[in-house]
Structure formats: structure tokens, C-alpha cells
Design a protein around this ligand. Sequence first.
Ligand code: AMP
Length: 173
Amino acid sequence: MDLKTFIRDVYDFPKKGIVFKDITTLLLHAGAFGEAIRMLCEPYLDRPVDLIVGIESRGFIFGGAMARELGCGFVPARKPGKLPAETVREEYTLEYGNDAVEIHADAIRRGMNVLVVDDLLATGGTAAATIRLVGKLGGMVTGAAFLIELGFLKGRDRLGDTPLHVLMNFESE
Ligand code: AMP
């Protein structure tokens, strides 16, 4: 199954000049969604993963399903002001603007093996900030998994030596 055929390009969203990779067309298709989750989980089946940290908002969809498949817990990394209890925060630069990401301060315990999940790796700012947050709380980032990588934006260069797992790479817009 070629998962790329289930991704829809939306031009000039949310800003002129951006080609938005719409994953809702993949989610619509039970077979494609199931295959994506199976393939995303594959490298982690025989490795210890205590928690998945999913990045708002599409990282919740993939990370949540992966947590069920891998039998581990799930932690939402959210936009500022959304989480009700005490949080830790990191700022980052997005392909289209600035933002920050927060995690509940008591969500990750020292030494836990954490997998970071999002739908798409663009400039890498969001994932890099999330990896820093996990580190702040004493978690060990065992890897980061993405459905899509926009390779031409070189986001992986910002993720240091974190092992990456990516299902589809787009080398140009
Ligand atoms: P970045 O921090 O630049 O790696 O941006 C990654 C985050 O922004 C992910 O949560 C993506 O969902 C979203 N994102 C950035 N660029 C795009 C794009 N071209 N299409 C779809 N989502 C994007």
C-alpha cells in the first residue's frame, strides 16, 4: 500500500506559499490508517517504550493509536494554556510562525523511555522543543516517529542524535 497516495496537498494553507500536507484523507480510509499505525509501531515492538508523547494536535491521533498498539501510556504535548495542572514549557519556531509547547510537569518520571510522535516533521522546531521538554523532566528520548518528513526543510538536523522513524519523505514541495 502506497501511503503517499492518501495524503492531500492543500496549497496556500494556512498561509500563501505553504503546501499543507493534509492527513485527514488518510484517516478516512481504515486500511490506510491501520497500515500507518502498524508501520509507525514496527521499530518499537521489541524495545522498551514507557510513554508516547504526542504533539498537538495531529500527533494525538497517531500517538494515541500507537500507545494502544504498543501497550504504553500517552502524554499530550499541548499549546500554551491548554493543560490544567502545573506545566513545563519550551518555545519554538514553526514553518509558519512562533509557538510554544507544554507538558504536565508530573507526566514523565526520571529514567522513563519516551517516544515522541507527530504527523509531520517540517523545520523540526516543534519536535526539538518537545524533546527538550522530555529531557527537562528526566525522560530518555528513545526516538521520534513521524508519518511525513518534509526533507527539503532539513528538520532532522535540529533533532541531534535522536533516532528517527519516518514513513514518507517529500524531498520537494
Ligand atoms: P515544524 O516545527 O516546522 O517541524 O512543524 C511541525 C508541525 O507543524 C507539525 O505539528 C505539523 O503538523 C505542522 N506542519 C508544519 N508544516 C506543515 C505542512 N506543510 N503541512 C502540514 N502540517 C505542517
